[in-house]
Write a new protein. Structure first.
Length: 367
């Protein structure tokens, strides 16, 4: 079914296709939820986990960036996700970068985006999360980023994060700090150990003053090599995060480099800057998951994301140490049926490998 629809969607611009698909999803979640159930629902006890004090019916989540403004939470629950991460959300509304800013690389099963953190702002998104909170028993994470404005810097950038945290943390099942966005000039401001230390100090202080201990995760960039090699800067970021008691990590964000792509160089130059997602970053992202799992002795939950388009690829992330995984680019190329396909495949792989549950498989391939 999606293959026929994809032909049409791929005949128009990627962002127009995304807006059209988003609109269709919002209509279907409101008027035909029973149809979504019949098409996509699949559950199995071996996929259940308790993480961050929450029940995840399965490990497959929607990655940040797909539902920036929290419009499609019911749809992706009906489509079979175990959780959704909305955002990135900033304190102030942002229109993002000029169009075109989203590009397909079909030969690489990849995307390049330089959306520029466009979103409706924390206050408007809070109202949507409030509306869903009483209706959907379903983990929803919120990805926070600094408002896309180069004039917001230094202490003001930390307060910008804190404002979003105060607004949204009461309605989130976890908060992800996006310190690694490659699509704004200041998006990687906090990929500096001292800056990250100041940010986490402020965020942890905000959390201590709240009535609930919302889990806080840090999202990292992919490494530059498939075989992750010790990097002193990254290790400093990791040590700072652990010293502040973060509750988990997300590996990884999109990549800014263009190594080993099939897409012609002329096309890449035409596209220009942006974050690369999909198959080309999968091995690097999996490598970072494995590295994080080893460095933390498997004691800190990791969400693996980057190029997952099959159950086998999801399982590779899990055995490398990911407790949960997320999809985005795979949905663009395969549609929402990918979610059920991965779940069914994971159940078979767990049984074939003699694992009675997800917990038994996590990190099982790490030396």
């Amino acid at each position: 079914m999606y293959s026929k629809l994809r032909s049409f969607l791929f005949s128009i611009s990627p962002e127009s296709a995304h807006l059209l698909a988003t609109g269709a999803a919002r209509i279907s979640q409101k008027f035909t939820p029973f149809l979504l159930d019949s098409m996509y629902q699949y559950a199995h006890p071996s996929l259940h986990q308790e993480i961050f004090g929450k029940t995840f019916a399965n490990p497959i989540g929607l990655a940040a960036g797909f539902d920036k403004n929290a419009h499609m939470i019911p749809f992706f629950k009906k489509a079979g996700c175990g959780f959704v991460e909305v955002g990135s959300v900033s304190a102030k509304k942002s229109r993002g970068n000029p169009r075109p800013r989203l590009f397909r690389l079909p030969d690489d099963q990849a995307l390049i985006n330089r959306m520029g953190l466009n979103n409706d702002g924390a206050s408007r998104i809070r109202h949507r999360l409030q509306r869903h909170a009483g209706q959907i028993a379903f983990p929803v994470g919120v990805n926070l980023a600094k408002t896309h404005d180069p004039k917001i810097e230094g202490d003001a950038s930390i307060e910008d994060f804190c404002q979003s945290f105060r607004t949204l943390a009461p309605w989130a099942d976890y908060i992800a700090l996006n310190i690694s966005c490659p699509n704004t000039a200041e998006g990687k401001t906090f990929e500096d150990p001292n800056a990250l230390d100041r940010l986490l100090t402020a965020i942890m202080k905000e959390r201590a003053e709240m009535n609930r201990r919302v889990p806080i995760l840090v999202k990292f960039s992919p490494p530059h090599a498939e075989r992750f090699v010790l990097d002193s800067l990254f290790d400093e970021l990791l040590l700072v995060s652990l010293a502040h008691g973060v509750n988990g990590f997300i590996a990884t964000n999109t990549a800014s480099d263009r190594r080993d792509l099939i897409t012609p160089e002329a096309r890449l130059k035409q596209i220009g800057a942006g974050g690369l997602s999909g198959q080309p970053i999968r091995n690097r992202s999996t490598g970072l998951v494995r590295y994080l799992y080893k460095k933390t002795n498997g004691k800190v939950p990791i969400i693996g994301v980057g190029g997952i388009a099959s159950a086998a690829q999801a399982y590779e992330y899990i055995t490398a140490g990911a407790s949960l995984i997320q999809v985005y680019t795979g949905l663009v190329y395969q549609g929402p049926g990918l979610i059920r396909s991965i779940k069914e495949g994971l159940v078979k792989l767990l049984a074939e490998q003699g694992h009675s549950s997800m917990q038994k498989a996590i990190g099982s391939d790490v030396d």
